[in-house]
Design a protein around this ligand. Structure first.
Ligand SMILES: CC(C)(COP(=O)(O)OP(=O)(O)OC[C@H]1O[C@@H](n2cnc3c(N)ncnc32)[C@H](O)[C@@H]1OP(=O)(O)O)[C@@H](O)C(=O)NCCC(=O)NCCS
Length: 161
């Protein structure tokens, strides 16, 4: 993809690389709460879109079962954030799809996320559905969240055997 002759590239990055944009876009600049529980796990994938040498979009997926579940086939999508002036160009969708591919390749059967109300439609376009009434988090009483699930397709090869 190019825009004003600037190239975009997507790569897997270390956790620290996603923290600045995660914190700026999702946590109102609060750098202290930008680390999530499974960020450093070997199976966790952090993706970043670079525009030239600057990160303009990030997303993370980690193996994490749903609250109350013990399944190791559940993956949590977290920290999907696109710089404001580059929204609407498909970067969020691209990163989310790559995250879902990763979970699926690792044997994931379900992806879930805690979506803020303003992003619910975005996740719906990617196959996620709300599965319970919305709720608020003590840390963000100003925002309504939805737990959303997306069933990951079983690969034909694993179906066969
Ligand atoms: C939500 C966000 C990640 C979407 O990223 P994006 O790159 O702008 O989205 P895309 O261009 O990939 O859009 C993919 C599809 O979702 C739709 N979409 C994007 N944002 C949407 C929104 N907020 N509400 C409803 N639909 C939305 C697009 O229209 C597009 O639909 P299409 O497939 O029919 O064309 C981005 O707006 C963002 O960073 N927002 C602030 C942070 C945030 O809320 N993150 C999610 C945390 S739960």
């Amino acid at each position: 993809m190019s825009d004003n002759h600037m190239l975009f590239s997507v790569c897997s990055v270390a956790a620290e690389r996603v923290f600045p944009l995660r914190s700026k876009v999702l946590l109102e600049g609060n750098a202290e709460s930008c680390r999530f529980r499974h960020d450093e796990n070997d199976s966790t994938l952090h993706l970043a879109v670079y525009r030239s040498d600057r990160i303009v979009a990030v997303a993370t997926i980690c193996r994490e079962s749903l609250p109350g579940s013990a399944s190791d086939a559940e993956w949590r999508l977290r920290g999907v954030a696109v710089e404001a002036r580059l929204r609407g160009y498909g970067l969020g969708r691209l990163l989310t799809k790559l995250c879902l591919d990763h979970a699926q390749n690792e044997g994931g059967r379900l992806a879930w996320c805690t979506a803020r109300e303003s992003a619910r439609g975005f996740y719906e376009t990617l196959g996620f559905a709300s599965c319970a009434p919305p709720f608020q988090l003590p840390s963000r009483p100003d925002v309504l969240f939805h737990e959303m699930h997306c069933v990951l397709p079983v690969e034909a090869a694993s179906k066969a055997g």
